[in-house]
Design a protein around this ligand. Structure first.
Ligand code: BGC
Length: 278
């Protein structure tokens, strides 16, 4: 068996929340695997455009005539019209889309009794409704185009960025954990409904990954030591750890994987608190 270095050659991927953190890691890894990449950003246009420049200057797999290797598109994934415009621009630029990485997500932390409706709604709107809106637009295009066997044996692939908190309850973060728990059912129900049309939908559940969302948890030696007690692997994850999993789930190498969640968490979901007890 041999592996192509450009396992996603000829494919177009859109990464929501691609201007930083896990989304940035996913976008860079997808480009290295040969895909053309749309980097969606919410507010940091400069960061998204820098990643686009980096990807273009790195070069890589041969592209179809006139196809850009990467572009940046601004859109709030929680707004239906902005999501529709982003997909229209993607399809106008690349002709189609093969891979959606439903990554954009936020935290708005508060003790349960103090949590405002605005904090609750914002997290649900971005983390759950945003994934629904983007998946729906991607699926419309997958169904329109169907399978192109020289590109992929699937009509399309969606990777939903979940979290270990789809199974680990999280005090002080009830809105976030609830959004990720709901996402598991969104992902599985979509996968069940769309498998006959050759659309594969899976989730990745990252553990603690070094990004802006959780800087407080790893940026001081004291906090990092506390965090490492929760990670049997003994290190905090990096965006590339997730990016590599994204590439595999987007490629035909995982063709028989559908409706599942891949935990990429250094063992965080192994209940490390029970190592010496119970
Ligand atoms: C959260 C991070 C947290 C990690 C592990 C992620 O989903 O966004 O803030 O560090 O889960 O608890």
């Amino acid at each position: 068996m041999s592996y192509s270095p450009y396992v996603l050659k000829g494919q177009v991927a859109l990464v929501t929340g691609g201007s930083s953190g896990i989304g940035e890691g996913a976008a860079r890894c997808l480009a290295q695997a040969g895909a053309a990449v749309v980097i969606n950003y919410h507010s940091d246009r400069a960061a998204a455009e820098q990643i686009v420049r980096d990807i273009i200057s790195e070069g890589g797999a041969e592209l179809a005539e006139g196809m850009p290797r990467a572009i940046a598109i601004g859109a709030n994934v929680a707004k239906e019209e902005e999501v529709k415009a982003m997909f229209a621009q993607t399809i106008a630029t690349f002709g189609t889309i093969d891979i959606l990485v439903n990554n954009a997500g936020i935290q708005q932390d508060a003790a349960f009794v103090d949590m405002t409706l605005a904090q609750w709604n914002l997290v649900m709107n971005v983390n759950l409704t945003g994934q629904f809106l983007c998946a729906r637009e991607a699926v419309k295009e997958f169904l329109r185009r169907g399978v192109k066997p020289d590109i992929s044996c699937a009509a399309g692939k969606i990777i939903c960025m979940s979290s270990v908190h789809q199974v680990i309850p999280w005090a002080g973060h009830v809105n976030y954990a609830t959004s990720k728990g709901g996402l598991e059912m969104l992902m599985k129900s979509m996968a069940q409904e769309l498998a006959p049309q050759k659309i594969r939908i899976n989730s990745i559940a990252p553990g603690a990954i070094e990004t802006q969302i959780n800087t407080a948890a790893w940026s001081t030696p004291e906090m990092k030591a506390k965090l490492l007690q929760l990670i049997p692997a003994g290190r905090v994850g990096m965006p590339e750890d997730i990016g590599k999993a994204v590439v595999w789930l987007a490629s035909d190498d995982s063709d028989y994987v559908n409706g599942t969640t891949l935990f990429v968490d250094g063992g965080m979901t192994l209940y490390p608190g029970f190592t010496k007890g119970g």
